[in-house]
Design a protein around this ligand. Sequence first.
Ligand code: PXL
Length: 274
Amino acid sequence: MPNLPVALSIAGSEATGGAGAQVDLKTFQAHGVFGAVALTCIVSFDPKANWGHRFVPVDAQVITDQLEAITAAYRTDQLNVVKLGMLGTPGTIATVATALQSRAFGHVVLDPVLICKGQEPGAALDTDTALKEQILPLATFITPNHFETLSLSGFSRIDSVADLTEAARTIHKISGAAVLAKGGVHLSGPDAVDVYVDADTTEILSAPKVGDVQVAGAGCTLAAAVAAQLALGATPLEAAKAAKTFVTAGIRGRLTSAAPFDVVSQSAGAETLN
Ligand code: PXL
């Protein structure tokens, strides 16, 4: 029996389980990939303050310690894929960049989380620069949403699939990574359109929109599904397509709660896997 593939998530905890490391582990598990986590921060929504984010960063040394334990336990042939979610502060970005430089991973899937739904865009400015300078060059696969695609490409607006394609190409040129840029509900029309770009391929991935309200955790789920597929040996384009199918089913089967956003169900996504 070959060993299970292992994937590493470097991400934050979102206590309700709708985003972050919790989503990464559930998504890895749904794919039959063994998950390890180095936690970067702890997010607790505040139901008394409009479900705003209470954010506590994990100490840099503790992040380094977690990564030391994980990389000592799993050698490169077993753990070849890392997925990066919310890093949250410039200090954490520097710590993670250093760790990634000292251990080779075949695939570094970057979900370039700048802000979460409901946060003010201004909160992203300092992490934005650090992420671009230190993490982007290390990524092999990037999954920016509409806002992150604007930020990483420098485009002032993205209103069409053609704009999204040009912006994805720009991010590919800057980073060298495969890019899966997500139009989501920000582009009008009946379909949720994502654009995949790598050195050889530009491909439009579309699926009918499931309503026109955003569901939380979709970005985390998509990037984690890409990471899991890569750990299972898929090509980047195959991983992008399978991850889109997984997240679309997960949105369709979403979970409703007293929180203001519905969240993706990874169990519903798992039904797309055989
Ligand atoms: O969905 C982005 C995201 C990622 N990671 C953590 C989060 C959020 C949004 O709330 O809390 C930990």
